[in-house]
Every structure is written in C-alpha cells, then in structure tokens.
Design a binder for this molecule. Structure first.
Ligand SMILES: *Cc1c(COP(=O)(O)O)cnc(C)c1O
Length: 358
C-alpha cells in the first residue's frame, strides 16, 4: 500500500490530481502559449473557482505568483510606503516580518508566547501602521487565530491594510472579506498539489495603496507589482510566462472541492481534528502543543516528550508520513496535516496507530 502523507506541505496529493494531470497532458496544456485564448480560458476558470472556493466576492482581484513567500514580499512592497506591523506566532509570521525589513520597511512586531495566539480585541498596534500582517494559521506551531476576530482589528485600525497569510488554513477557514484587504496561499497544503504556485487575493484598497506608494517615489517592485498584475489580469493573463500547468490543475482541484461542497469539507475537517485532539488529550505520552483556545484544525502539533524521531519512524513503517516539529522544536514535536485530501478513513487509521504509541 502506498504511504499516506500527513505532512504539512508538500503533503498528500488531491485524490484526482493524477487524472487531471493526465488530461492536461492529453490536451497539450504544458505546451500552449500563455498569450493564447486557451490559456485565457484556463486563467478565467481558475480565478472564478478560487473565488468561489474561498468565498471571495467578484471585486477581489486574484493574482498568480510563484509562492506564498513571494506574496509576503509583494504585500510588503505594495501595501506600505514605510511601516508595517506584524503579529508573530511562529516561524512563518517571522518570515513575513523579516521580508518587510528586507524590503526596506520600518517593520515592527509583537510576538505571542510559544503555543499561544493573540487576542485581536486587545493586541496593541502602533498608531499609523500602514500594514498589519497576520498569520491565520501558524504552520510551525499549530496555533490559529479566530477569523471572526479580524473584524475587531479592522474596527480599531480602519485605515491600515490588513494582510493575512492563509497558506495552511485555506480552504477550510472562511474569511470575512470585509475585514481583510489581502490574503495569500500556496497550493502544496490545502489544495493537495505540487509546490510552485502562489495565489494572492487583494481588494481595491490594496491597488490604490500601491499606486500611492509608487507616486511617493518608492519602489513597488517590477513585473509583479499590483498595477502590472492587475492590467494583465484584465486580459486573463500574467506579466511573465506563468506555471500554466499549475493554474490549470488549481482550477480542476477547485472544481472537485465545489462538487464535494465547502460546508461538507469544513465539517469533515472539524471531525478529523476533533478525533486527533481527543486522542492527544487522553494519550499517556503525547499532548497537544497549542493552547486549547487557539488550536489549529488543519495543522495539529503534538508534544512528544520521548522525542519525535522514533514515533515518526514507527508511523512510517505503518504507512503514515508525519512531519517533525519545526526548527528548534524538531526533536520534541510532531506535526500532522489535516487537509481536505486527507480522508476520514485514513485519519482514523492514523489515530489508531498513534493510540498504540504507549
Ligand atoms: C508553507 C507556508 C508558507 C510558505 O509557502 P511557500 O509556498 O513555501 O512560499 C508561508 N506561510 C505559511 C503559514 C505556510 O504554512
């Protein structure tokens, strides 16, 4: 039997990915011109389906980039002339912060204690921060923010651009597009695809901000600045030769999600997460790493007091590939991805195997 990848990205592939890939090759998709009518159809289809899967209104612009890390740089360049403020719960929030610094912004941050999130009704944000950067689901720690609380931040800081990294929470978590201005993800997590495509969603406030930054004489980058991306998107194209195959596959995976139903995907994600957290709560050796009020449903992190490597080895022998802890937590935590492509039946088998880790 083939192993099941419960890693956090790259991870298990979407169940019909191979079928879609074969069809793409049969149709010659990897060879078509990115200026052709055929590509424009692929672009328009993927854009419309991404909006539907994410529940984003028509007015939200969808840009295709190289990765989520690239999206951090684009947001830092286009959504802040000078200052940004970052809520950091772990390594990916830290990456966003450092990226803004590397783009020459006066970036400031506040850090949550390990395994904890933020109370967005109370967190202190400096007055005048142009950009507030959040990580919806911190893949390094398994800590998630409550998306309903984004509105509180918006209310307190109506002028700031609010940008959210949704890489490992989407498509499970529904976003309130009245509360955030920019959101981005890459496809190797909750879309079950090979890495190499980033998707950035922005509203008109972000576009206006990028024009204002440019008019102020500050660089907003070159071919992937927002005005350029927007002018190509109007023609259902990208400025450069994009990852045509991945854009095609993303549209197909979204078709599959819509057919399955987003409500059903959400309910299944919650059931699988409850199963794992229930197991970890009762387990003699393992316990959840994140505080009970901020546990991610899609990236489940467990403390492994006797070391992560032996568990990872034993699970591998049983056909389950797990991720180790991130960075300094490598040896003392395991991380388990719980994305739409992880079936309830496989999650039950994994839970049963972990229960035997006495
Ligand atoms: C994986 C991940 C990223 C980085 O994605 P890339 O596609 O490697 O750029 C950023 N943020 C979070 C929360 C992630 O999980």
């Amino acid at each position: 039997m083939e192993p099941v990848y419960f890693t956090v990205g790259p991870t298990q592939l979407a169940p019909r990915l191979r079928t879609h890939l074969d069809e793409a090759f049969a149709r010659g998709i990897p060879s078509i011109s990115h200026r052709s009518g055929a590509f424009r159809g692929i672009f328009a289809h993927a854009r419309e389906r991404v909006r539907r899967v994410l529940g984003a209104p028509e007015g939200i612009h969808v840009f295709f980039l190289g990765s989520a890390t690239e999206a951090m740089e684009r947001v830092a360049q286009n959504c802040a002339a000078r200052s940004s403020f970052h809520l950091v719960q772990g390594a990916f929030g830290e990456r966003f912060f450092k990226t803004a610094l590397e783009c020459g912004k006066s970036a400031l941050k506040t850090e949550a204690p390990a395994g904890e999130g933020f109370d967005l009704s109370a967190v202190a944000v400096p007055e005048g921060a142009e950009l507030i950067a959040l990580t919806h689901n911190e893949t390094s720690t398994g800590v998630a923010l409550d998306p309903a609380s984004f509105r509180l931040l918006r209310k307190r800081h109506p002028k700031a651009i609010i940008a959210v990294d949704i890489v490992s929470s989407t498509p499970y978590a529904a976003l309130d597009y009245g509360a955030v201005d920019a959101a981005f993800f890459s496809v190797q997590k909750g879309f079950g695809m090979p890495a190499g495509l980033g998707v950035l969603l922005v509203n008109d406030r972000c576009i206006e901000k990028s024009r204002a930054v440019l008019e102020g004489g500050i660089s907003i980058g070159s071919f992937h600045n927002f005005p350029t991306l927007l002018s190509y998107a109007a023609k259902e194209q990208t400025p450069e030769t994009p990852n045509v195959l991945a854009i095609y596959l993303l549209g197909k995976v979204c078709d599959d999600y819509l057919e399955r139903g987003m409500e059903r995907i959400r309910a299944e994600t919650e059931e699988k997460a409850l199963l794992l957290y229930g197991l970890l709560e009762e387990h003699p050796r393992l316990r959840p790493a994140a505080g009970s009020g901020c546990r991610s449903r899609t990236v489940i992190v467990a403390e492994t007091p006797r070391g992560s490597a032996p568990i990872i080895e034993r699970m591998k022998a049983r056909g389950f590939i797990l991720a180790s802890g991130y960075g300094a937590a490598k040896e003392r935590q395991i991380r388990i991805g719980n994305f739409p492509q992880h079936s309830a039946a496989d999650m039950k088998r994994l839970a049963a195997a972990l229960a035997e880790e006495a």
